[in-house]
Write a protein that binds this ligand. Structure first.
Ligand code: SAM
Length: 280
């Protein structure tokens, strides 16, 4: 007969032997739960994140501000593509700005990100994204990674691969690291002069340029698919520019003037030596 004391000693010994196994089972069962930086419950009913990165109000103190920004400054001004609005509600802009700008992250204006550059105004990001007319499987190239925010919005749409080029090495490195940390695995970045595009991955269904050259870069036009689109601000340095959408239609480039915008200039050797054709 086992004494009561021995009985409990045996039970404790058995439990301590199987306890690591129980822990492993609990851990495996929790495998369907996203890791800490990619927390689930949805922010709004139609939100179903591509990146897995969506935060509850408790985890994201800026959630309400972001939802409000989308409603009052983006939807209200005519952006109505539901997938673009969904992406704008999910991507945490406050994680793309310097820490001293966090409190301003959900105001509708550009913010400094260092090196004389800016993260674009949220409305412009949403509008330019909508203008790209993206669909399932489309490959996009962005010129001017900056903070990585626009690239994250493109990735969050979940259509296809996103490529992004940044000319300033420090910004390119920080943005690449940030995008990886936030789980945007469908974005590839590189440091370089985006004037020349990224030939290895061409052709692109859409190209978005987030710094302004004074002419349409012909290498970008050459890297478009047969029905490809480019959305690009064009104009003189230090002035307002015009936002253009170019679209390949039956072998011809159709241009649409979308009005005045203000962007930092596209820099680098390419734009300085570039030919002006076919500038509108
Ligand atoms: N899309 C960015 C974001 O979401 O944060 C904001 C872009 S900021 C308005 C323009 C960026 O274009 C800057 O980071 C600038 O360094 C970059 N840029 C300027 N000329 C470039 C070039 N030739 N090739 C690639 N990037 C360039």
């Amino acid at each position: 007969m086992v004494k009561k004391q021995d009985y409990w000693a045996q039970k404790i010994a058995i439990i301590s032997r199987i306890w690591p196994g129980i822990l492993i089972l609990i851990f495996l069962a929790a495998g369907c739960t996203p890791p800490a930086s990619r927390i689930s419950p949805t922010a709004s009913p139609e939100s179903s994140p591509t990146s897995g990165l969506i935060l509850t109000p408790a985890e994201d103190p800026f959630l309400q501000a972001r939802l409000e920004m989308v409603k009052s400054t983006i939807e209200s001004r005519g952006v109505n593509d539901p997938n673009v609005l969904r992406a704008m509600r999910i991507v945490p802009r406050h994680l793309f700005v310097p820490p001293n700008q966090t409190s301003l992250a959900y105001e509708d204006h550009p913010l400094p990100i260092g090196y004389g550059q800016t993260i674009s105004q949220p409305y412009i990001v949403a509008w330019m994204t909508e203008l790209l007319d993206l669909k399932e499987g489309d490959k996009v190239l962005e010129i001017g990674t900056g903070s990585g925010y626009q690239a994250a919005v493109l990735a969050e749409l979940g259509y296809g691969e996103v490529y992004s080029i940044e000319i300033i090495p420090e910004l390119a490195e920080t943005a690449s690291k940030r995008l990886k940390e936030l789980g945007y695995d469908n974005v590839q970045t590189k440091q370089g002069d985006g004037y020349y595009g990224w030939k290895e991955h061409a052709p692109y269904d859409a190209i978005i340029v987030t710094a302004a050259p004074d002419h349409l870069p012909s290498p970008l036009v050459a890297q478009l698919t047969e029905d490809g689109r480019i959305v690009i601000p064009i104009g003189p340095v230090g002035f307002f520019q015009t936002l253009w959408k170019f679209e390949n239609v039956n072998g011809e480039l159709e241009a649409q003037n979308l009005g005045g915008v203000a962007f930092v200039p596209l820099t680098g050797a390419g734009v300085e030596s570039g030919s002006s054709a076919p500038t509108p």
